[in-house]
Design a protein around this ligand. Sequence first.
Ligand code: ZN
Length: 368
Amino acid sequence: MEKGMEQLIAVSQLFGKNPLYVIAGGGNTSYKTEDKLWIKASGSALATIDEDGFVCLSREGLAKISTKSYPEDSSAREEAVKNDLNASILYPKEKRPSVETSLHEIIDYAYVVHTHPTLVNALMCAVDAQGKCEEIFGTDALFVEYTDPGYVLFKKVYDLIEAYKAEKGACPKVIFLENHGVFVAADTTDEIEAVYADINEKLGALVKEELPQFEAEDITDENVQKLAADFPLDGAIVKLFSSDLISHYVVTPQSFYTVDTAFTPDGIVYCKAKYPYVNSINEVLPAADAFNAQHGFPPKAIALKGKGLVVAEDNDKSVNTVLEVYTDMLKIAFYAENFGGSKPMTEEQIAFIDNWEVENYRRKIAKS
Ligand SMILES: [Zn+2]
């Protein structure tokens, strides 16, 4: 095994196992040599990843994506880029590289660890994320305004990195992505750990009010269980969860409004972006039916006034994932108060993610 791979696996597991950084198996890591790049395969979880969880790609193949011109039409373009990405795979051919592979390729350091940390995202999903980010981290960190994921985001980051290099003579080691997360890169994994620790320390120092207790308790009773039979989802499992953090938001429709949305693409992938608010258990099924009729899919979560969060999915693993991702969203909203308040994604940005084939692929994998 390539020496750098041992380091990559170690740093991937380290971050993957830390709930401060990795939520619901998100994030990805890479290592590159002169001519090859290893990146987490779609569907692998960083916490338990080993050599088999990575895909090795040709950097020459990847470099072509940076300079080639692609169709204007977005779905034709994404398809062509995806084909070029897949054509760059050296081994194993059947694994799919992360959709963020091209971003890893253009960062001139051996190791890249990309995560969606809650505290970072509280800043990235704040009203004036860019201004606050510069205030806290100065101009050495690169800030990238929200852009639909895929080739357009890649191009934007590429151009910004080129401009940064022209000005500062080196590639940035920290790249913040608005409403998304952070890329940290360095030639050693020790440095990556140190940079993340520094980010955490700086942001942590600005938190004025600690999070309410957020470990959700399953308070599903008979009345909640009975909802499953008529819930508009085949084989539905319906559970009710409570925590102080959930209680903080399910007080009134107004208090819930802040979190009846999506802050990041990952949030949408697992939880979608809209959630009914109901006053009693009896209102859950009618609200789920009405939601289903309006959106064409049942709600993943429903706010139950004063009680908690009703979560519905077709298997236990997905129920837990929705709870985990939704709880992360609540934390982001809560922490964002320290950075001027939260700023959700727009309707257009949300619709783009909903239609994104690549993410659908990941959603399927995540369920299996
Ligand atoms: Zn990401």
